[in-house]
Design a protein around this ligand. Structure first.
Ligand code: 2PG
Ligand code: MG
Length: 383
């Protein structure tokens, strides 16, 4: 495929905030997502001059025309030419190029031998930086992770639990990612989810694990983890680092959590390591690692799972390097949406092509469903 035209424009994401969409050869478009709980080690989403500057720059830039993209590594030419456009424009550009090169069959272009789908990790309850109300859960996401099974069954199980939890909560608000946001403490939320899962597991015959994205940097003040909804009896509580490790160990064991993301602040490699030593759960880094190979190398002994968000590092080439390193070192890569999303489903294609076993993309809302439905479509195309 030869790049003949590149057009950038502004569109709104699920949070009604502007983001960038890029169209290649007048037909193939992709848009970038954006985070709310962004890690301090993430690359900047836009150049300092802002989104309009990036759009204008891309629209005036002539040197992409004529570039041939025959294989994934050809994206290196694009990254070399445009290092100044930063994370979001680069990812929208690279996704759009891959769509054009593959006529929208990105997974096949990247790996025609791919033969499996990831399991969906979806949030059912949430809080933290993903909702503006004052009274909200401290932890950002309470997640569902079905044990390996048919993708469509897992998708349905998550949706069913989401619906039943919503009925029990009766009228709770929703986070940016379509999870319920009740005014409840951590333990009560876990109890509620557990009771619904017990029922659904029996009814559907699908095993469902509970997961958390604590997004702990968001309520760490440099010394303590400051809870405002710690428990029913003691809503306000400050936990020291040691107490946070103990609390995470206790709830991981009590609720048999199968996945725990960012349980500690983004530079505390030691506490991640300690939780990994004490439990059998997937101890996952997100703000800790920011899809950055150097940070992943540093975190190698601290985690056994890593969130993969292409716009955290602003390069699909580097994203792939992080995934390859993780797979080689028995660290489970988890490809992920952002809280501000678009209808773009490129991460679904990357999950299949790169043998990524888990996709974190929410459950409810059209932008989240777009990724899940794309996987159902890909399922039909696999050999
Ligand atoms: C996270 C993500 C997605 P954000 O922390 O894992 O759920 O949130 O995009 O706001 O960083
Ligand atoms: Mg996270």
């Amino acid at each position: 495929m030869k790049i003949k035209s590149v057009r950038a424009r502004k569109v709104l994401n699920s949070r009604k905030k502007p983001t960038i969409e890029i169209t290649i050869n007048k037909k193939y478009s992709a848009a970038a997502p954006s985070g709310a709980s962004t890690g301090e080690h993430e690359i900047k989403a836009y150049p300092t001059q802002g989104i309009d500057f990036a759009i204008d720059f891309i629209n005036k830039f002539k040197h992409l025309k004529g570039i041939k993209i025959e294989r994934f590594q050809d994206l290196k030419q694009v990254e070399k030419l445009l290092p100044i456009i930063k994370g979001n424009p680069m990812i929208a550009l690279e996704f759009a190029i891959l769509k054009a090169a593959s006529k929208n069959k990105v997974w096949h272009f990247l790996n025609p031998n791919a033969d499996d789908l990831p399991m969906p990790l979806g949030n059912v309850v949430g809080g933290g930086a993903h909702i503006k109300t004052k009274e909200k859960p401290d932890m950002q996401e309470f997640l569902l992770l079905p044990e390996k099974t048919d993708f469509a069954d897992a998708k349905f199980a998550n949706e069913y639990v989401h619906k039943l939890v919503g009925e029990k909560l009766g009228g709770a608000k929703m986070t940016d990612e379509g999870a319920w946001a009740p005014q409840m403490d951590t333990i009560s939320i876990l109890d509620l989810i557990k009771s619904v899962i017990d029922k659904v597991e029996k009814e559907l015959g699908v095993k469902i694990g509970i997961g958390l994205d604590v997004a702990a940097s968001e309520f760490f003040d440099g010394k303590n983890y400051k809870y405002t909804n710690y428990s029913k009896k003691i809503p306000k509580k400050n936990l020291t680092v040691k107490e946070q490790i103990n609390f995470m160990e206790i709830i991981t064991k009590k609720y048999k959590l199968t996945y725990v993301e960012d349980a500690f602040q983004e530079n505390d490699f030691d506490s991640f390591k300690e939780l990994k030593r004490r439990t059998k759960t997937l101890v996952c880094g997100d703000d800790l690692t920011t899809t950055n190979l150097e940070r992943l190398r540093k975190a190698k002994d601290s985690i056994n799972a890593i969130i993969i968000k292409p716009n955290q590092i602003g390069s699909l080439i580097k994203t792939k390097e992080a995934v390859d390193f993780a797979l080689k070192n028995k660290i489970v890569p988890v490809i992920s949406h952002r809280s501000g999303e678009t209808m773009d489903a490129s991460i679904s294609h990357l999950a299949v092509a790169w043998d990524i076993p888990i996709i974190k993309c929410g459950i409810h809302g059209k932008e989240r469903q777009a990724k899940l439905k794309e996987l159902l479509k890909i399922k039909k195309e696999l050999k």
